[in-house]
Design a protein around this ligand. Structure first.
Ligand code: TYD
Length: 251
C-alpha cells in the first residue's frame, strides 16, 4: 500500500476508500474481489483489482482529454487511485448501445439490436431495495437529484458514451453497455466518479463478439482475469504497460 493511504472510510463490494492527508482527496483501492447476481456469486481473483484500476485510469484520462470532469487524479499504485473526494449521487447510470443482458429479460428487444440513440437508464443504488429502476419523477420526488441535474447527467453520459465508444473501437472492442456513477465536488459541480472497467461495462471483441468483461464470471465460466488482462493489453500504450509492469500476453 502507498504511504498516503490513511484511515479506511468506506468498504464496498470490490473497492475500499481511504482518507489521505488532504481532506479534498481520497484513495480508491481496487480489490481482487468480484461479485455478481446481487451478491449471489463471489470470488477473489488475483490481479483483478490491478487490471480494473489500470483500465479505469486510462479511460478517465481519455475522458478528461475530451473535456469530461472526472474524480481521477492519478494512480499511486497499480491498484490504488488518488481521486478528488466527491459526495456521491446514489444512481447507477446505465447506457446501452446494444440490447443484451437484463434489457432482453425485461423487454421485447431483439438480441443484439443496435440502440441508436443509446438507451440511458437510472437505477437506485440501494441494496435494501435491490437497485430498482427509477424514472425522472421518482428521482426528483426522492430528492436524489433535481431535474436540471438529471438533464446534465444525461448530457454528460452521452458525451462519455461517444468518446469511449470511439476509443475502444479503435482498440478492437465494442462498448456494448456500461454503468457509471456521478457525484458533486466541493464546488457543487457534477463529476464522473467510481470506475469504468470490465466489471462495469460489456466489452466485445469487434470480430468474434467474445466477451472481455464480467459476463464471463456471471455465466460461471473460467478466464475472467485473462480477459481483463487482454483489455489492459489493448487499451494501454507500450510505455504505460512498462511503467506498471503489466505482464506480456502469451499468444
Ligand atoms: P444489465 O444488462 O442491466 O445487467 P445484467 O448484468 O444484470 O444483465 O447491465 C448493463 C450494464 O451495466 C452492464 O455493462 C453491467 C453494468 N451494471 C453494473 O456495473 N452494475 C449494476 O448494478 C448493473 C445493474 C449494471
Amino acid at each position: 500500500m502507498s504511504e498516503i493511504v490513511k484511515e479506511l472510510l468506506y468498504t464496498g463490494k470490490a473497492k475500499d476508500v481511504y482518507k489521505t492527508g488532504n481532506e479534498d482527496e481520497v484513495i480508491i483501492k481496487f480489490r481482487d474481489d468480484i461479485t455478481a447476481l446481487d451478491g449471489g456469486r463471489k470470488d477473489t481473483l488475483s490481479k483483478k483489482g490491478e487490471y480494473n484500476a489500470l483500465i479505469s485510469a486510462k479511460l478517465f484520462e481519455i475522458l478528461e482529454e475530451h473535456g469530461v470532469s472526472t474524480q481521477y487524479i492519478r494512480l499511486v499504485e497499480p491498484n490504488e487511485m488518488l481521486t478528488k473526494s466527491l459526495e456521491m449521487i446514489p444512481l447507477e447510470v446505465i447506457c446501452r448501445n446494444i440490447a443484451t443482458g437484463s434489457l432482453l429479460r425485461k423487454y421485447p428487444f431483439h438480441k443484439n439490436q443496435r440502440l441508436d440513440p443509446p438507451v440511458i437508464q437510472f437505477d437506485y443504488k440501494n441494496d435494501v431495495y435491490h437497485d430498482p429502476m427509477l424514472n425522472d419523477s421518482i428521482i426528483t420526488a426522492l430528492k436524489i437529484a433535481t431535474q436540471e441535474e438529471l438533464d446534465k447527467i444525461r448530457e454528460i453520459t452521452h458525451v462519455i458514451n461517444k468518446v469511449l465508444y470511439k476509443f475502444l473501437n479503435e482498440c478492437g472492442l465494442i462498448l456494448v453497455d456500461f454503468k457509471i456513477e456521478f457525484g458533486f465536488d466541493k464546488e457543487g459541480n457534477i463529476v464522473l466518479g467510481d470506475e469504468i472497467s470490465p466489471d462495469t461495462t460489456r466489452l466485445w471483441d469487434i470480430e468474434t463478439h467474445d466477451n472481455f468483461d464480467k459476463d464471463i464470471f456471471r455465466k460461471g465460466e473460467k478466464g475472467v482475469v485473462d480477459a481483463y488482462h487482454r483489455v489492459v493489453d489493448l487499451v494501454l500504450t507500450a510505455e504505460e504497460k512498462e511503467k506498471w509492469n503489466v505482464e506480456k500476453i502469451e499468444m
